[in-house]
Design a protein around this ligand. Structure first.
Ligand code: SF4
Ligand code: SF4
Length: 400
């Protein structure tokens, strides 16, 4: 797959689209809440219209496992495609490349100021995934941000600024754990960027590919773990070889120059199957969840009794948790026992979003079977607005 095509404009387009998405998502609202934000005070995650509470974070754990297998699959098939095209470290390093070239005090000062401004925006953007930007921005402009938020913003800005002034793409070769993992994921059909050794005689030894490389490697000497697959050497060589009306000597190859890609190989199918299974499990957990949970315990301060007029009374403590984003009004219902049943409380029970409400429940049964000692009953709570929002639990009803 030798090419004279330029990847630079496409990489820029991919980076720009990614920046728009990452910067824009905190401003997107769904049902009046942020599309994607972890709200620290209430320990809940707003996830594209759904609200996940701390107790439900196992659902996110499944999403993380899916993403891990998905990234392993992408790495096996397409190598460091993420690093070269979409990793924010690469995208911002490309965007701030002017800082590397800055010469002279005034130009350097201007370039570093621009990198600092980008660092301020990037760090604020990270914080917006925790604090609503519609609150953050006015508060920041009026100087009303809390000390902790200011502290985080300043610290993050400092780290990002130093990263893009001192480390830049060296971060990928030295610190990034994903980069280290990728080496062991490659097989002989993984997509790589390589020098076409079959045409090595055509190389003009102009050095343009080495000069353009952000991690200072010479791809002609063979593949290197430090290569982030940014494709800049391809474009540079395409320019140079273009003068001779030849195609670039450096290009994408599946495995080795001349190799062919074979997506359906055993390790890829296995990884893909595991990733798909976790994705299906995640979707099932996400869409089958009911925004209501109930735990029933006996009310030990009110043991089962028979009243003077012959009614059996049992009391329970209902723990109701509203795991949705909206308040709900609930009604209690009891089934599974014969006789005339009365329930206290009779009216609606309102549980506000995120609330764990504990209420005593009294069930009175009249005209019951005199010989019964114990009976299984089914206690349900259901939303007065939606039949779908209903939880049923089994409990014992005792006739003392
Ligand atoms: S060798 Fe080429 S693809 Fe690899 S980092 Fe250098 S310029 Fe980018
Ligand atoms: S840019 Fe192309 S022609 Fe120039 S040294 Fe690199 S591989 Fe050779």
């Amino acid at each position: 797959m030798t090419t004279s095509k330029k990847f630079r404009p496409w990489r820029r387009l991919a980076g720009a689209l990614e920046a728009v998405i990452i910067l824009g998502i905190p401003f997107l609202k769904i049902n009046g809440e942020s599309a994607l934000r972890f709200d620290i005070p209430s320990l809940r995650l707003h996830f594209f219209g759904l609200t996940l509470w701390m107790e439900e974070f196992f659902i996110l754990l499944i999403a993380v496992i899916f993403l891990t297998f998905f990234f392993l699959l992408i790495t096996l098939l397409f190598g460091r495609i993420w690093c070269g095209w979409l990793c924010p470290q690469t995208v911002i390093s490309d965007l701030t490349r002017f800082a590397e070239k800055a010469k002279g005090l005034a130009y350097k000062l201007g370039a570093y100021s621009a990198v600092f401004l980008i660092s301020v925006i990037v760090s604020a953007n990270l914080i917006w995934y925790f604090i609503d930007p519609y609150e953050f921005i006015p508060q920041a402009m009026e100087g009303r941000l809390g000390d902790v938020t200011w502290g985080f913003w300043i610290t993050l800005t400092g780290i990002i600024f130093l990263n893009f002034i001192l480390l830049r793409q060296r971060f990928c070769a030295t610190i990034c754990p994903y980069a280290k993992l990728q080496g062991v994921m490659y097989d002989d059909k993984t997509l790589v960027i390589a020098f076409d050794t079959r045409r090595k005689e055509e190389c003009m030894d102009c050095g343009a590919c080495v000069k353009a490389c952000p991690v200072n490697i010479d791809i002609r000497e063979g593949m290197s773990n430090a290569c982030i697959n940014c494709a800049q050497c391809i474009d540079e060589c395409a320019d140079m070889m273009g003068h001779r009306e030849r195609k670039s000597l450096i290009s994408y190859f599946f495995g080795l120059p001349g190799g062919t890609g074979k997506i359906l190989r055993r390790n890829a199918v296995m990884l893909g199957s595991v990733a798909a299974a976790f994705l299906v499990f995640f979707a099932y957990l996400l869409f089958s969840r009911v925004a209501l949970d109930m735990v029933i315990l006996p009310n030990y301060s009110f043991p089962p009794k028979i009243t003077e007029d012959g009614r059996a009374v049992n009391s329970y403590i209902l723990s109701l948790r509203n795991t949705g984003g909206k308040d709900i009004a609930l009604k209690v219902d009891v089934n599974g026992i014969s006789g005339s049943i009365a329930i206290i409380p009779e009216g609606d029970i309102t549980v506000v979003a995120g609330e764990l409400k504990k209420i005593p429940l009294y069930i009175t049964v009249k005209d019951f079977n005199e010989k019964a000692l114990k009976s299984n009953i089914f206690i349900s709570v259901k939303s007065i607005k939606s039949d779908k929002l209903r939880v049923t639990r089994r409990a014992n009803f005792i006739f003392p």
